[in-house]
Design a protein around this ligand. Sequence first.
Ligand code: SAH
Ligand code: SF4
Ligand code: F3S
Length: 502
Amino acid sequence: MHQEIDLDKIDIHAEPPIEEPARQYYFMAKCRQIVKAERERLGRPLYACIQTFGCQMNARDSEKLTGILTRIGYVECETEDADFVIYNTCTVRENANNKVYGRLGYLGTLKKKNPRMIIGLCGCMMQEQTAVDKLKESYRFVNLIFGTHNIYKFAELAAAAMENSFSGQHHRGTDGMTIDIWKDTDKIVEDLPVERKYAFKSGVNIMFGCNNFCSYCIVPYVRGRERSREPGEIIREIRRLVADGVVEVMLLGQNVNSYGKNLREPVTFAQLLAEAEQIEGLERIRFMTSHPKDLSDELIAVMKKSQKICRHLHLPLQSGSSRILKKMNRCYDKEHYLALVDKIRAAIPDIALTTDIIVGFPGETGEDFAETLDVVRRVEYDSAFTFLYSKRTGTPAAAMEEQVPELEVKARFDRLLAEVQEISAKKARKLTGRTLPVLIEEKNEQDASLVTGRLDNNSVVHLPGTADMIGQICQVYLEECRGFYYIGKPVTDGNGASDKQG
Ligand code: SAH
Ligand code: SF4
Ligand code: F3S
């Protein structure tokens, strides 16, 4: 629908509209005039670079920012020697923050060469007062700072930052910094431009925020309370994506299993999936993340029946110790988790299970860690993301005594990683010799004669092929497994009927 809005027809000398998204289109039109004047002044295109530091939701937000920047006349580029640079930050672990400060130093040197460069910072880290204070104090060359709740206002904020910067005000101090951070919001603004990174697949937000308050996690503080989008809006967006060439969607939320509970007319996540399944032309449906405490029998039943929902479930464990899980406020224990895995596997035997695990939560003993190893061995995850516990100021866990000594945590982490890798390698080998559908995603980075794609269970496959195959689902014979990926051969003749994965 937004594609039809002609920015040139908007009267930018009139008062800006109050309602959204019309207001943002007004500011896009305004930005476009500023960009045009700047382009004529320089006699060259203006470039914009957006860097994503966080999760899939953060990446989806970056696509929204790119959508607006390209709509107002910037040309997207990969490197930071650009005219508009945005860092879309993450703060889930301390090292995510450190990375941003490191890179900002480099941006400062680039800005010395191009003083009219506009630097914007947004995302989860900006929802922390300490981070914003530090930027105001030591990184005054930043033009624009905004948070996660008002990202839909980007066009309006960019207009203010450009006017500030190009009128020279910015050089007079922080007065020229455009800063707008909201503590929370109950608003969801739809129908703004989005520029997808991939033509054939897309993330789709189904909800925002989180209400779970796991005791180690900062996300509920920086993303605010849980809000679900209306199912009709989600389905409409997916239909639009499919009409535009998308064959795979990833439904995104911090806890998709609690989707829809607070809508005026409550809907379950399983019902939403069943509806998405009906969309013609859509081939694959993925989702993340599933909190084990809310995973319903209804969801398992819908997955089992589905032709489109991928045989993959990301089911974060965090710890295998019931004592630690309680301190983490995860609301399930080891037995419940293992019983849930059994139930899922009984219904869908070929499902790939992946997980997140934190090592070194405050008070974790050798015995607690042994419980985690035990679950890992029993579940046999297809793959697992393992994290060193990171203390996040303001979370309950940060105030807990008995923080585990660093060396001990590191030793446990290495043991866990070795275990996880051995199991994944073993699991991966199981599909060797099968012929299965692969969605071709990109040209292989190392070898130009190969393309790379994914199985429905998310495993990576490299095979001989050309760029025109990107976005297609091909039948591929999985010839060899090399650790975590397969080498395959496209099957084109009549013998290529895929065997059912399982
Ligand atoms: N909503 C998702 C997780 C989002 S954060 C869920 O509940 O599953 C992604 C992962 O980062 C988490 O699953 C957790 O394993 C990890 N994580 C979050 N906070 C962390 C912290 N303080 N230290 C280390 N890892 C953390
Ligand atoms: Fe963080 Fe827990 Fe919410 Fe996931 S469910 S985002 S780990 S608080
Ligand atoms: Fe990071 Fe925010 Fe995602 S803290 S993990 S970018 S929700």
